[in-house]
Design a protein around this ligand. Structure first.
Ligand code: MTE
Length: 320
């Protein structure tokens, strides 16, 4: 996301691959990355020990999803070294560098508000809500770059059904973890924390809305939102809130971080829309990470068959 004023992204905005590959070679030589491939753990054995960026746990027995794209996936290196996670810094390489010691052990997510069964879920409980699936989604950032990622999780509607929302639940508000001590770079980010996001109830119930606990067959690296995040492939990436600690069902439309920060640039809905430009750059094209030529951006990021009906009759220029 952009605090600085830039007319459009250029190549210079993309961390050169050689830089992060060298960093990875160095870590491999140190034996840090190799330790992540500790295969063979059954799903129910998962304990979520103290995690660091390179201490992932293998997730096994994953179902395939009919929602997966067959497009070429980005590499793990791409997806873990070109991130937006402002709590850990605003440069794309900052989250990988600065989240290494982020402690996500003893994690829980509070689910509250307009529900019949409010409760707090531990990570072990979240992993048992529904069978885990691999969902290979296109992920389109508002800054006009995109990636293809094999996420792991299940439809968020599974969690919603467990807590039984009341008829007053019109929206879902999400909140990320925040701690100055663990996230000292956040004070330079220029936005307020904790990071907050929201969805309309019918959007949250759409099967594409993924509660995500992993990627590339492993638990989430810290820089990608460990241990649990949302992934909403038809919306710009900033809606996909990371490191979730609170989910609240409510009657009112909740505030969202980027709308609070720059209301004329970022709306509540933030659906990928090539016909509605960002005030400072076009949204009609995007650059897939690792590719040179831009490609046209698709309405709803290509997920129109699944989600267009949610917005029937809405003016999508006004409700950007
Ligand atoms: N969640 C939190 N808590 N903090 C953030 O800064 N950035 C958002 C979103 N979720 C962000 C966040 C933005 S701008 C994007 S594009 C995506 O995370 C990036 O997800 P990725 O790094 O896994 O690609």
């Amino acid at each position: 996301m952009l605090i600085r004023k830039a007319p459009e992204l250029t190549n210079a905005d993309i961390t050169p691959k050689s830089v992060y590959l060298d960093r990875r070679k160095f870590l491999q030589a140190m034996g840090i990355i190799g330790a992540t491939a500790a295969a063979g753990k059954g799903l129910l054995e998962l304990a979520f020990p103290t995690q660091s960026a390179f201490a992932a746990t293998k997730l096994t027995g994953l179902a395939k999803s009919p929602f997966s794209t067959t497009e070429k996936q980005n590499t793990f290196e791409d997806v873990t070294h070109y991130n937006n996670f402002y709590e850990f810094g605003t440069d794309k390489g900052d989250p990988a560098k600065n989240s290494k010691n982020f402690n996500t052990s003893s994690w829980s997510v509070s689910v509250e508000g307009e529900v019949k069964k409010p409760r707090r879920f531990t990570m072990d409980e979240i992993l048992k809500i529904a069978p885990l699936e691999e969902r290979i989604y296109r992920h389109r950032c508002v800054e006009a770059w995109s990636i293809v990622v094999p996420w792991i999780g299940f439809s968020f509607s599974n969690l919603i059904n467990l807590v039984e929302p009341t008829p007053k639940a019109q929206f879902v508000a999400f909140q990320s973890y925040f701690d100055h001590g663990q996230m000292p770079q956040a004070k330079y980010a220029g936005i307020d924390f904790p990071y907050v996001e929201g969805l309309r109830m019918d959007e949250a119930m759409n099967p594409l809305a993924l509660l995500c606990v992993g990627m590339y067959d492993e638990t989430l690296p810290n820089q990608d939102g460990a241990p649990v995040r949302m992934v909403l492939p038809w919306k710009y990436g900033f809606k996909s809130i990371k490191s979730l600690v609170k989910i609240k069902f409510q009657q009112k439309m909740p505030p969202t971080t980027w709308n609070l920060s720059a209301p004329s640039e970022y709306g509540f809905y933030s659906n990928v829309n090539p016909n509605v430009d960002h005030p400072r750059w076009t949204q009609s094209k995007e650059r897939r990470l690792g590719e040179i030529f831009k490609r046209p951006t698709l309405m709803f990021n290509g997920y129109g068959d699944q989600v267009a009906s949610l917005y029937t009759g809405m003016n999508l220029k006004k409700n950007y």
